[in-house]
Design a protein around this ligand. Sequence first.
Ligand code: ZN
Length: 332
Amino acid sequence: MLSLGKLLDLTLAGREPTEKIQLTAAGVRLHWLAEGALEVSPLKAEDAGLDLLLSAGLHGNETAPIELLDRLLQAIASGELRPRVRILFLLGNPEAMRRGERYVEQDINRLFSGRHEAASGFEALRAGELEQLAANFFSLAGRERLHYDLHTAIRGSQIEQFALYPYRDGCQHSARQLTRLRDAGIGAVLLQNKTGITFSSHTYAHLHAEAFTLELGKARPFGENQGVNLSRLEAVLRDLIAHGCTGGDEDFSGLQLFVVAREVIKHSDGFQLHLAPDVENFTALPKGFLLAEDIAGSRWLIEEEGARIIFPNPKVKNGLRAGIIVVPAVSL
Ligand code: ZN
């Protein structure tokens, strides 16, 4: 029988464990909740009051973050890392992981905040299940809630590791959280200005967790992630798991902050993006540059000072975002 610490192996093999609950030698509880979903509960007397959701594999071919979660869970299962926080490990899209592909039918990370209800198919069902698992996990009152959704990107980036900080009406972005991101090796944060349909947007807006999408380098197959350095993030996560949220340092100097200037929405099959296919995230866009064209003579001309592009993707379905134009943030 495989131990529940082998969540990744079980998930990749498409197997259900015979025992759904196991205790480590120290009495830490591992609970298999569903495929690719495992909850870790510390000893009651050692609980520091943090509920930490760690998700990866929402895009099945983004293996470096999946391997990172696997290392953390195996360290907990073996007793080498003693958790003092509740943790929910989620592997987002098991079927896509098994195929080594970004998704099977549709991008699961565009189906949250209820969007899955208007869709059908495997990924829509899984998005609904992930929302439910997150809601159950974040249902205890009086505890700190934190969610990191880990990704690697389709393309390289001029700022290797960056984060997206979601938006909720009337909620201020936290300097303390930004400081932890800086300590984890994150070079830039995009402060979002409207609620989104990604997993971290959902947990931030609807479940009131501090939540972030982390982009950690370029996607590669399992075992080929030597070029993706997650050591600083791993150290910060180990520290969080072992101690909870300690310290209130609010000096995030060195971290670059950006805001969304405009989203480029693809309206038709005639959409043309005037960037090289391998253009890197955060590439500068000079003023006056014609970024994109679409039907009926619609044009995307750069007017902003200090503009850069992130997530350019002319292959998205019509009606979806084909890129984001960002500019430096003036303040938090
Ligand atoms: Zn991703």
